[in-house]
Structures are given as structure tokens and as C-alpha cells.
Design a protein around this ligand. Structure first.
Ligand code: SF4
Length: 80
């Protein structure tokens, strides 16, 4: 499985990830990206049928703010 969260400290609200993976990313009121699936905690497994678009978004992020791993993150993004 894949797990993902957005580092909102480095996200520049460019909108690219939502184009690549509209089923994974949404935007807050400042236009910063966050993972819709698990409230951007990096603890919820991305559905397998969304993994390809996830990797497209990860590659396409100009600031490397999309953090992807094979195991759950320890709630890294929840301290926003
Ligand atoms: Fe933020 Fe990267 Fe998504 Fe652009 S592609 S909105 S910088 S996370």
C-alpha cells in the first residue's frame, strides 16, 4: 500500500496535484493541498486504483511537498 501526506509548509498552492490526482487531493481555504482521504495525516492507505495518479502527482509537484511511503506516517501532518 501507499501512504501520503502534503507538507503544507512547502506547498505553493500551484494546483498541479489536484489536476493529476483529483480523487486524492483537495485544497484548503488558502489553496494549499491536503490529502482528502485521511485528513492529510498520512495514515490511511491510498486505494490501489489511485496509486498511479498518486505517483504522477508526486512526480509533478514542483516543491516535492507530496510525501509518499509504503508504510503509514506517524501522523506527521496533523500538527498543522
Ligand atoms: Fe502544493 Fe505540490 Fe500540490 Fe502544487 S503540486 S499544490 S506545490 S502539493
Amino acid at each position: 500500500s501507499k501512504f501520503v501526506f502534503v507538507d503544507k509548509d512547502t506547498c505553493i498552492a500551484c494546483g498541479a496535484c489536484g489536476e493529476d490526482a483529483p480523487n486524492i487531493f483537495e485544497y484548503d481555504e488558502e489553496g494549499l493541498s491536503e490529502v482528502a482521504l485521511d485528513n492529510n495525516t498520512g495514515t490511511g492507505a491510498v486505494p490501489e486504483d489511485l496509486e498511479e495518479e498518486l505517483l504522477d502527482a508526486e512526480e509533478g509537484c514542483p516543491t516535492e511537498s507530496i510525501k509518499v511511503a509504503d508504510t503509514p506516517f506517524q501522523n506527521k501532518a496533523a500538527n498543522e
